[in-house]
Design a protein around this ligand. Structure first.
Ligand code: SPD
Length: 286
């Protein structure tokens, strides 16, 4: 029988979902209250290091690959020739590392509002930060909403929105104004991809996001479900939206012969993720 002594477990209580998720911890490593949010680090017994922001699980050493790979490779292989990529949020640098695995990408700019997230990641998830010094990468600490508003029109191929949940600093990344800025900044055929919460627990929010993306003028959407063991329900999603034209498959041959290491993503996983489960299809059709 597990020892459920409170101080040996980190528990994320999801009041909005009527659920909770726990990981057993050895010790607390760090805690910093930044000007934007509370960032905690734990050493767990079985999941490696764990980052918590404002009480919510964000990254663990053991299973962040599901999320970071599904936030990057499906969009990058759906674009015919991505060169200029922007990441909004993503301060732990895990998405940046995945994007930089694509040799033909020329430029990646990451804008996270909170430098503390990157400082913590450099210290406790050095593997996620291993490409931070790549000459193609620019890492900025600034307001991503403002950055997108001021971005040159038709200048970006892929925008990846790797934010927190839609509360606190992440809230402004889920509305019409932000999506309009993203649409304007994308070149024709450009793709925006955003973490879109749990299809099981947060369907109303997911529908609102999809509707808002369509309202502002994105012409085609794909919501890809994937496992994320430490997030509420264990089932998470990313939603891709395309400017000017619909999705027409993905560069399957390039993905097949890609010479970089992934732990989850491959062409079969990509195709499987495009097969929308029935409960999601029904919800999207309403
Ligand atoms: N419920 C947590 C959702 C957080 C999504 N972003 C995580 C950041 C990982 N780079």
């Amino acid at each position: 029988m597990a020892n459920l002594e409170a101080n040996r477990w980190f528990t994320e209580v999801s009041d909005r979902d009527g659920s909770a998720f726990s990981l057993r911890i050895n010790r607390k490593l760090d805690e910093i209250q930044s000007p934007f949010q509370n960032v905690e680090m734990y050493e767990t017994t079985d999941f490696g290091n764990l980052m918590i922001i404002d009480g919510c699980t964000m990254v663990s050493s053991r299973e962040n690959f599901f999320y970071h790979e599904m936030m990057s490779h499906p969009a990058l292989f759906s674009h015919p020739a991505p060169k200029n990529v922007v990441i909004i949020g993503g301060g732990d640098c895990g998405t940046l590392r995945e994007v930089l695995k694509h040799p033909d990408i020329e430029r990646v700019t990451q804008i996270d509002i909170d430098e503390v997230v990157t400082q913590m990641s450099l210290k406790y998830f050095p593997e996620l930060c291993e490409s931070n010094n790549d000459s193609r990468a620019t890492i900025m600490f600034d307001d991503g909403i403002k950055f997108m508003k001021e971005a040159d029109a038709e200048s970006i191929d892929v925008i990846i929105v790797d934010g927190t949940d839609p509360i606190g600093p992440g809230e402004g990344l889920f509305n019409h104004a932000f999506y309009t800025s993203c649409l304007n900044a994308l070149r024709k055929g450009g793709i925006m991809i955003q973490q879109s919460e749990s299809p099981l627990m947060h369907m109303p929010l997911l529908i609102e996001m999809r509707d808002a993306m369509t309202d502002v003028g994105f012409v085609d959407l794909q919501t890809l479900p994937f496992p994320q063991p430490i997030y509420p329900s264990g089932l998470w999603s990313s939603t891709m939206a395309r400017k000017g034209e619909g999705f027409s498959g993905f560069r399957e041959q390039d993905a097949d012969k890609a010479l970089f290491h992934t732990d989850y993503y491959n062409t079969g996983i990509h195709k499987g993720a495009l097969a929308t489960p029935n409960f999601m299809k029904r919800a999207f059709a309403k």
